[in-house]
Write a protein that binds this ligand. Structure first.
Ligand SMILES: [Zn+2]
Length: 354
């Protein structure tokens, strides 16, 4: 019987084009527009695909003997991080078409927003994009920079970002830096409410049989870099807090950045029944396999372009052309292994020019 275990998609943001889309290309790949999601669901249903929950996906994975079925037409939707847009835009679409989904949420992002999280894409950068988009000049220290054209706006982003990082290194609080940049008191609460789900949102979705809430750790750290104690805390506390907030058991986790190693898997087994990573988007392997490791379940990143033909293997994307992109360099750490320097972009190894 077939080893195919269906298709697992990973979404991060599902929202109409945001200000950043007008400044850099990320929105076009990272964010999926709600009408694209809806079109994708309708096309899949019309072609006889089934949307299944993560529990059912695992049930099929573990089925033995006569229970074992072909799952080529099964699709399981997974979402990472905890963005408000999922509640606002995606959840109503999932309800409309009765599509189950699992939402892996990062606890500190939900509770306090970007000052407690490591991942710059979360909100600090969102502030910069919103600020740059709305203003024509950037006043910073004693300098004034024009921000009228797209090119000027792109340049300003890096001026802002460098300044932000420099100030943070001096030990200045993120919000104080943003107050200074914006030349007014930054309303963190309002801002946070706009971009992160509240626990009420999570509870509403969690009470719906269509939704499963999973963990995406506490601080969105790279789990592979942590000490044993820190790793244990990230896994244990995120599970405990989400369970307390939803009143439901949390059995599944997706590793931040999809990163894991043997130590991470060993600790994950203490608290979770299964764990997800990210698959190389240029892999020809569209399906998950029943033989995949339960603690390294590979998911495919869903980008708008993947919609072009969802029923054949996705076309390979030439990530090398992004290797010199300044935004890539900002968001993805450069790494050196065995003398080779590269970035990891959505799980893809992209050689860096040095
Ligand atoms: Zn994430």
């Amino acid at each position: 019987m077939s080893n195919v275990n269906g298709i697992l998609w990973t979404f991060h943001r599902i929202s109409p084009p945001r200000n950043e889309a007008k400044i850099h290309f990320f929105d076009n790949t990272y964010n999926v527009y709600p009408d694209v999601l809806e079109y994708y669901i309708i096309s899949c249903l019309s072609k006889g695909f089934r949307f299944i929950s993560f529990d059912d996906f695992l049930k099929n994975k573990n089925a033995r003997g006569g229970e074992r079925k072909n799952n080529e037409k099964d699709i399981c939707i997974t979402i990472d991080d905890g963005g408000k847009d999922i509640y606002q835009y995606a959840y109503p679409i999932f309800k409309k078409y009765n599509v189950p989904f699992i939402f892996f949420v990062n606890v500190c992002f939900l509770e306090k927003g970007f000052p407690t999280c490591i991942f710059p894409e979360f909100e600090a950068t969102q502030f910069f994009f919103d600020y740059i988009y709305k203003n024509e000049f950037l006043k910073l220290a004693d300098n004034i920079y024009p921000m009228k054209t797209i090119k000027e706006k792109q340049e300003s982003f890096f001026i802002l970002w460098d300044y932000y990082i420099e100030q943070k290194k001096k030990g200045i609080d993120s919000l104080a830096i943003i107050d200074e940049i914006g030349n007014s008191t930054f309303n963190m609460e309002e801002y946070h409410n706009k971009y992160a789900c509240s626990w009420e949102d999570i509870k509403i979705m969690s009470d719906d049989p269509l939704c499963t809430i999973g963990s995406h750790a506490m601080h969105h750290n790279r789990l592979i870099d942590l000490s044993d104690a820190e790793l244990d805390m990230e896994l244990r506390e995120s599970k405990r807090i989400i369970e307390q907030k939803t009143g439901k058991e949390v059995n599944y986790i997706s590793y931040p950045y999809g990163l894991s190693n043997n130590k991470v898997v060993k600790y994950t087994k203490k608290y979770y029944k299964a764990a997800c990573k990210l698959r190389l988007p240029h892999s020809n392997r569209t399906y998950a396999k029943k033989s995949d490791n339960l603690y390294k379940i590979p998911r495919q990143g869903f980008v708008c372009s993947a919609l072009i033909d969802t029923f054949t293997a996705p076309q390979p994307i030439d990530y090398n052309k992004f290797a010199d992109n300044k935004f890539i360099k900002l968001f993805f750490n450069k790494r050196v292994k065995k003398g080779q320097t590269y970035y990891r972009i959505l799980g893809i190894k992209v050689p860096a020019k040095v």
